[in-house]
Design a binder for this molecule. Structure first.
Ligand code: ZN
Length: 430
């Protein structure tokens, strides 16, 4: 049996155990992680001291004294956060770069064990929502140029652990061309970023030429907050509800939408979620709290009490019988769409890896300032002299629009929006 199958079974076994048993599991894993972090990760050598009694047992009452880990910590001390001794059983360590919800580019590390666990949660997500992975999925997400471009996209056999077909298209394809591609591909399922899904459903709903001429069996949303408008547009146009999840590049799946009720279940087997108020004490049930996450299995770069910069509301136990804690509302990041002449709507999605290839900035933001003009604001990285503006400009033109004027501006800082959120992409058109 592969370890993926083991994890899938483990998650099935845990799904309806008592809430107390789930908490015991979390605490057991958390204690192992804390000891590992304290012993092998320089960043945590003293930071976790309040928790440990002189005899080295853990005093859980003092959990709240562990400082919140911020993205700034990841930016300032990435090497100190890496474990010096990842257990062999956790497999290969890989790195990932993300711009997250605050605009700074941070590097995180994870093990193949973590990736396998995430794959098992994907299987759970599909199981819950009755998604049949022997059928055909159309995935419209962030892809590198040349790998899933319109008009063909990319095609492969094999979906989750089944033999379904997955066809992929880059999310930066204009909405009307995505609609044309879907009408040709006629998938059974559609997976995309929430903002893109909303715009696509809206467009198809208003365009008799594009249908929908294919009956969708399900829609999955990922990567950003699903607005009520996007949810309703999908239901109206395609006649099926959207299955949503809350995840991040650093922490993986944090919550999955319940298949029976209008709430999300925390993925408590894999991580501890806390909802805190501004004084860093647990927010009362029903109140909006800051999401702080501790993934339990990342031994390559333990993130202990990591501030997500998103918000959620905790709810009461769900009537579906799944015992994982409930979030009734999640307020996370969403993206602006860009609007080009001729009614062309695009979800801009420049992969962080491309920013790193050409510019290596510390922080970035892309603003559409005119129908065919964007400004790229950059907080430069260590060596601004090595920034390849021409290369980046060519890349952006190829990705978004051939006639786009691209202006680069070096800035000291990138301001957050009035709501306190950073936006990677801003459409400043009236
Ligand atoms: Zn439920």
């Amino acid at each position: 049996m592969t370890s993926l199958e083991q994890y899938v079974r483990f998650l099935r076994r845990m799904e309806r155990v008592s809430a107390a048993a789930l908490r015991r599991h979390q605490r057991r894993q958390l204690e192992k992680l804390l000891r590992h972090a304290r012993q092998t990760v320089p960043f945590y050598r003293e930071r976790l001291d309040p928790l440990f009694r002189p005899d080295e047992t853990v005093d859980w009452r003092r959990w709240g004294e562990i400082p919140i880990l911020t993205r700034q910590d990841l930016l300032d001390r990435p090497d100190d956060l890496a474990s010096r001794a990842v257990p062999k059983a956790h497999g290969r360590v890989s790195e990932t770069c993300t711009s997250g919800s605050t605009g700074e580019i941070v590097k995180t590390m994870r093990t193949s064990l973590v990736l396998t666990l995430w794959a098992a949660i994907t299987t759970r997500y599909y199981d819950w929502h009755g998604i049949d992975c022997t059928r055909k999925l159309a995935s419209i997400r962030g892809e590198s140029l040349g790998t899933a471009d319109y008009p063909e996209g990319r095609r492969r056999k094999g979906w989750a652990l089944q033999d379904g077909t997955v066809v992929s298209l880059n999310v930066t394809t204009p909405i009307h061309l995505q609609a044309e591609w879907l009408a040709r591909e006629r998938p059974d399922y559609l997976l995309s970023f929430a903002t893109n899904l909303g715009a696509l459903a809206d467009f198809i709903g208003r365009s008799p030429a594009y249908g929908p001429r294919f009956p969708l069996a399900g829609i999955m949303s990922c990567s950003e907050m699903l607005s009520d408008e996007a949810r309703e547009a999908c239901l109206r146009t395609f006649g099926v509800p959207v299955a949503d999840n809350y995840s991040s590049e650093e922490c993986g799946y944090m919550a999955l939408q319940c298949p029976e009720h209008d709430v999300y279940h925390e993925q408590s087997e894999a991580l501890l979620l806390e909802l805190l108020d501004d004084d860093e004490v647990p927010a009362p049930q029903g109140a909006l709290g800051r999401i702080v996450a501790t993934p339990l299995y990342n031994y390559a770069m333990p993130l202990i009490r990591y501030e997500m910069r998103d918000y959620a509301v905790a709810g009461e136990a769900c009537a579906c019988g799944r015992t994982a804690p409930v979030l009734t509302r999640i307020a996370g990041r969403s993206r602006n769409l860009f609007r080009f002449p001729g009614g062309v709507v695009v979800q801009p999605n420049i992969k962080t890896v491309n920013f790193m290839t050409y510019l290596r900035p510390r922080q970035w933001q892309v603003i559409q300032t005119a129908p065919l003009k964007i400004e790229v604001h950059l907080v430069p990285g260590e060596d601004p002299a090595t920034m390849d503006f021409d290369g980046m400009e060519r890349y952006i033109r190829e990705l978004l629009h051939a006639d786009l004027e691209v202006e680069f501006k070096l800035v000291d800082a990138i301001p957050v929006s009035p709501g306190g959120k950073h936006e990677d992409y801003v459409c400043a058109l009236p």
